[in-house]
Design a protein around this ligand. Structure first.
Ligand code: GLU
Length: 448
């Protein structure tokens, strides 16, 4: 069997062994698709069955999360933690609370996280967790009771040297607070390094909140700079309006770009004079509101649009920062027709495989999630460093560290792509670099 057949057979095996998990199949296919030149160069990876091993999580935990809502009704959710790979460090990755969460979604996210974390250059393995709990419309007390129940099972599986969860969709500083409080109470240990994304007053790191969005913009800047270009004066569209989107917008504006649209699950805001980040933060972070309120409060002719795609808005740079598979083949066609120069994935796997293929064929600069959004988890690793040394770094120093990490991620993807004769192919560069570091560590450990 040649490399392609081997990878094809493995893909089929993954589909068979993990039925009804389309997002996981998609994430695996995207990585395997890059790896035939690597396997050809490194027969030792194939002999040690490294690909087969990497596609199988080290441990998968599924648990019941019972809690009582404000009306006194008992609610049951399902909790997950997939501890995917610990070759490079303790399992590391966020928790997602969203009704769409199921085992396949957690596995896709955990699988991506292995390579992203490897690419970040930090000593962290890959994992992910979450629940099908829907925080929308829930009171603070309900969120607290849910988080306490969730942690009452999770606590026995995590630890600063074992598994270090953080936030993701539906999990921010408030939830991390409730989770940390319950962990501390159950273990009688103030183990700061067990969770990241903590509040600044109790072990959290400066720039963690901003890191994913800022990092994605640094990455786009590096891709443009490699072609002698920059963000100055460019129209930018950012989907989403959560943590990633807000700080991508902020950094893009600081770097001279003009962000004209952002969205939530109900629709998108088009603001031709540039999104007002302070107002967006007020609505989304302070009031936990919807962006449909933005135009009225902005009073400058901004529109709230529900009958078309945000990707119909003309832009030179597109940053999908909402959720998986949000940017389709049709959206990619529109963006390319409208002259998009660069796309960077702030969310995890936001572009469908067909959309990604079109961008790569069209020569659009394309920064895949594993590289472009690695700034968040990299800064989580910096939070772990600060916790381990009981230190707290300044905003400026932390931001510089993040910037250096993003520049280095860009450089390694760029150079790997060149080395294998695939110049400009960041998808190939990210998958290959991320994979080889994990594979080399696994080889060193023997068959475990
Ligand atoms: N949820 C984020 C991600 O997708 C961050 C995870 C972390 O900080 O551990 O990478």
């Amino acid at each position: 069997m040649d490399q392609r057949d081997t990878l094809e057979a493995l893909q089929q095996q993954v589909v068979q062994r993990n039925p009804a998990e389309p997002e996981f199949h998609q994430a695996v296919a995207e990585v395997l698709d890059s790896l035939s030149p690597v396997i050809a160069r490194h027969p030792e990876y194939k002999d040690a069955k490294l690909l087969e091993r990497i596609c199988e999580p080290e441990r998968q935990i599924i648990f019941r999360v019972p809690w009582v809502d404000d009306s006194g009704t008992v609610q049951i959710n399902r909790g997950f933690r997939v501890e995917f790979n610990s070759a490079l460090g303790p399992y590391k990755g966020g928790l997602r609370f969203h009704p769409s969460v199921n085992l396949g979604v957690v596995k896709f996210l955990g699988f991506e996280q292995i390579f992203k974390n490897s690419l970040s250059g930090m000593p962290i393995g890959g994992g992910k967790g979450g629940s099908d709990f829907d925080p929308k419309g829930r009171s603070d007390n309900e969120i607290m009771r849910f988080c306490q129940s969730f942690m009452s099972e999770l606590y026995r599986h995590i630890g600063e040297y074992t598994d270090v969860p953080a936030g993701d969709i539906g999990v921010g500083a408030r939830e991390i607070g409730f989770l940390f409080g319950q962990y501390k109470r159950l273990t009688n240990r103030y183990e700061s390094g067990v969770l990241t994304g903590k509040g600044l007053g109790w072990g959290g790191a400066r720039v963690r909140k901003e890191a994913t969005g800022y990092g994605a913009v640094y990455f786009v800047h590096e891709m443009l700079a490699a072609r002698g270009d920059d963000l100055a004066g460019k129209e930018i569209v950012v989907s989403g309006s959560g943590n990633v989107a807000i700080y991508a917008i902020e950094k893009a504006q600081q770097m001279g770009g003009k962000v004209v649209a952002c969205s939530d699950s109900g629709g998108f805001v088009y603001d031709p004079s540039g999104i007002n980040v302070a107002l967006l933060r007020q609505i989304k972070e302070e009031e936990r509101g919807r962006i449909s309120e933005y135009p009225d409060r902005r009073q400058n002719g901004a529109d709230y649009v529900t009958d078309s795609s945000i990707w119909d808005v003309h832009c030179k740079v597109a940053l999908p920062c909402a959720t998986q598979n949000e940017l389709t083949e049709k959206d990619a066609q529109t963006l390319i027709r409208n002259g998009v120069l660069a796309v960077a994935e702030g969310a995890n796997m936001p572009c469908t495989p067909a959309a990604m293929k079109l961008f790569r064929e069209a020569g659009t600069l394309f920064g895949p999630a594993k590289a472009a959004n690695a700034g968040g988890v990299a800064t989580s690793a910096l939070e772990m460093q600060q916790n381990a040394s009981r230190d707290s770094w300044s905003f400026g120093y932390s931001e510089q560290r993040l910037k250096d990490i993003m520049i280095e991620i860009h450089r390694s993807c760029f150079e790997t792509a060149e080395e294998y004769g695939r110049p400009g192919d960041y998808v190939f560069g990210a998958n290959t670099t991320g994979f080889c570091r994990v594979a080399d560590a696994m080889l060193a450990f023997g068959v475990i």
